[in-house]
Design a protein around this ligand. Structure first.
Ligand SMILES: [Zn+2]
Length: 490
């Protein structure tokens, strides 16, 4: 997507040159914006609408192209999340025309606010043109917007474009049905991408995991012969190693979750092909950071498996031992995500990254606590928490912090093992899952765990128009691009 930028407002000729316009101005803007083309017409339409409606206006201009303008008045105080929502609405107003060029006019705001609105609009444009799986005889046409002409705001939108590429990839993989994305197919697709992106690749198959004594991971995969299961390790190495920093991204990649012997019911199994979204978000984040050519090494660890019911499946009260020697009493076979992540985190931490971020559609308790519009965040560096939550506000992918105090471990005490996997009561399971995972993270590594309660939000979220949100890519890129984060870690 090519972005042409002009700091000034469009003149009459320029306005008539484009067939599709998106416009954002403050509420009383046109009463004193006498030099803006068609300002009378815009003001008239604003005067005629119902006083309290906040809907966007769709206006056709009396010019040769009959240009369509989607217009919204708003105040600069909108949160960035609200700006993303508004941007999606404004872009969606043009969807039925599938225009290849969109012109944007932002007027009447301080430069910083104008750039934020522009950023939100570009994020929304990037999101709408995702080519997502569609197996219908006549698939919906994909809307490719080749060019954006931006008036009244300027900025470097590379971070947003890269985050969009990562998010679109994450949504693509997450939406694929599990018969189109089992662990084996998933790995093949990722390996093809790795070649294009020049990522180093290492795959720990089940034999290699056996050698690592990764009993927690193998407990889940023992239910069935799963050729593709294992841990896929990808590495982005900066061309010029200008930083000694290392980031690790870890993702839960359960291509289908039946619940195992604790079989899910019909409703609970409905969206379980998306139980690999954590891995897709880790992968999407790696893609975005690669596109941005970040100056630090990024390791990405994808825990690829399925959770099946079978005579050889792991059972409640089994005791298994993870690769760091911690023994686990199994309580609920449907809590397979934390089992897979346990050994994956151990491997990731052995490389001594400065920070490890893990992503998982992990607990129903987190959805109960937050709904599907926020994701839950946990960290073993409590001082980072305000910055982690603030990044949710500035990125528009909102997170809320939960406690990780040691006394929660009392609930996970076992008579036969070092720790219980979880409890039968799902009360605070999101916190217990984080406490459980912490046992597999080296204390020397800063760790951020994101429980993706907002991975699937009805009617989309922010700038994302699909129920599957790919939440976390934009957030992570925004977090890792902050110098304040690296200062806090040093
Ligand atoms: Zn499960």
């Amino acid at each position: 997507m090519h972005i042409q930028q002009f700091s000034q407002h469009p003149n009459h000729n320029e306005f008539d040159h484009h067939a599709h316009w998106v416009m954002i101005v403050p509420p009383d803007f046109f009463t004193h914006a006498q030099n803006l083309p068609y300002h009378h017409l815009f003001q008239q339409r604003l005067n005629r609408r119902l006083a309290k409606t906040s809907d966007i206006l769709s206006i056709e201009l009396p010019n040769a192209l009959a240009s369509v303008v989607s217009l919204k008045t708003c105040t600069p105080e909108n949160s960035f999340f609200e700006k993303l929502c508004l941007a999606r609405e404004l872009i969606e107003a043009h969807h039925s025309y599938l225009p290849k060029t969109i012109a944007i006019c932002i007027a009447g705001f301080p430069a910083k606010v104008a750039t934020e609105f522009a950023d939100a609009l570009i994020a929304a444009i990037g999101a709408v043109q995702a080519a997502l799986p569609d197996y219908r005889k006549q698939p919906s046409p994909v809307w490719y917007i080749e060019k954006v002409v931006l008036y009244g705001a300027q900025g470097d939108f590379q971070q947003t474009l890269a985050s969009n590429a990562g998010n679109n990839l994450a949504r693509y993989f997450s939406i694929l049905p599990s018969n189109y994305l089992n662990p084996l197919i998933y790995r093949e697709k990722v390996l093809a991408l790795a070649e294009l992106q020049h990522w180093q690749v290492n795959f720990y198959d089940l034999d290699a995991l056996e050698n690592q004594h990764a009993g927690a991971f193998l407990a889940v995969t023992q239910a069935a012969e799963q050729a593709g299961s294992g841990i896929l390790h990808l590495r982005y190495q900066p061309k010029i190693n200008s930083s000694h920093h290392k980031v690790a991204l870890v993702g839960k990649g359960v291509c289908f979750d039946t619940g195992g012997l604790h079989l899910k019911n019909r409703k609970g199994m409905a969206e379980m092909h998306e139980d690999m979204q954590g891995s897709a978000v880790a992968l999407g984040t790696l893609l975005a950071l690669t596109q941005l050519q970040v100056p630090y090494q990024v390791d990405c660890w994808l825990a690829l498996a399925e959770n099946h019911i079978s005579p050889t499946a792991y059972k409640p009260h089994d005791v298994i031992t993870a690769s760091n020697g911690v023994s686990i009493e199994i309580v609920d076979t449907d809590a397979e995500g934390r089992m897979l992540l346990a050994d994956t985190l151990v491997l990731a931490c052995r490389q001594q990254p400065d920070i490890v971020l893990d992503y998982a559609t992990l607990t129903g308790a987190c959805v109960n606590a937050l709904g599907t519009r926020y994701s839950g965040i946990f960290t073993n560096r409590e001082a980072l928490l305000p910055q982690l939550v603030a990044t949710g506000k500035t990125s528009g992918e909102r997170v809320w912090g939960f406690p990780l105090d040691a006394d929660y471990d009392k609930i996970l005490e076992s008579e036969v093992a070092d720790i219980k996997q979880c409890t039968q009561e799902s009360e605070v399971d999101h916190i217990l899952a984080a406490r459980f995972l912490k046992r597999f993270v080296a204390d020397s590594v800063a760790w951020v765990h994101i429980d993706l309660s907002s991975s699937h939000c009805k009617e989309g979220l922010g700038h994302i128009p699909t129920d599957t949100t790919g939440f976390g890519v934009r957030y992570s890129v925004c977090l890792l691009q902050q110098t304040a984060l690296w200062e806090a870690l040093d």
